[in-house]
Design a protein around this ligand. Sequence first.
Ligand code: GSH
Length: 255
Amino acid sequence: MWHARPYYHYPPYIRKRFVLDLSCAVLNSPEVGKFSLKGESVMKMYNLMLSNFASKSRIAMYEKGITVEFVDPPGGLGSADYKKVNPLGKVPALVLDNGQLIAESELINEYLEDKYPEKPLLPKDAEGRAKVRAFTRFHDLYLEPPMRAVFPKLFGQKLDDKFIEEKMTEVNTRLDQLEARIGSPWAAGDTFTLADAALAPTMFFMTSFLPQFGSKAPTEGRAKLAAWWGRIQEQPSAKKAMGEQQAALNAMMKK
Ligand SMILES: N[C@@H](CCC(=O)N[C@@H](CS)C(=O)NCC(=O)O)C(=O)O
């Protein structure tokens, strides 16, 4: 009669086979998406591929090589169902294995940096970290909001021409401020950081939409920003996230 032996009694080539079979079983199970190929449980992020803030966190995840399950917010952004999960009703929001919710792209990215420091996206020194955070905060508080303010027009809402003009002036002032401080090859200097992750998806939107609102393209007359934009579109993590934004945008336009 054949008796199963403990796993470690089998020769290495059989042990490898077990791991492979187990991985396939995991992949084929209804729980797929909740485990990585290494069998580790996987975090879940409420996400929309089009969202620039969710893309900001996806870039950090792709840089770090973390497997995360992406799910749409139930009922959509701001819905009562989704607010039961995330009272802010916004994406992104990350759910940890222990059920803890981390909402807001910047908090998610800082958490990922603390938790998975092996591929760092912040420098080691306090001054370098402050420099990167100056970009992410500038992005979240000053650069992105005037662009977002005119988005309702894309969804058919009537906006005052004067309001649009004011917002475009504000966007261009912010872009000039960015041009004055952006580094090379990456936003904060020598290495790819959370600053690049924050700026890229918004630059994607600005490139697509600003001319529709009567503004020049964001890189026009801004040589340093143009050079950075050329580079970041080739960075695999950003390329993937912005490709996902583009595909979601194309799908939305078809509707
Ligand atoms: N400060 C938030 C902003 C997130 C945000 O505004 N997300 C948009 C999608 S890009 C959203 O969920 N909007 C829905 C709403 O405001 O109700 C962050 O950094 O995560």
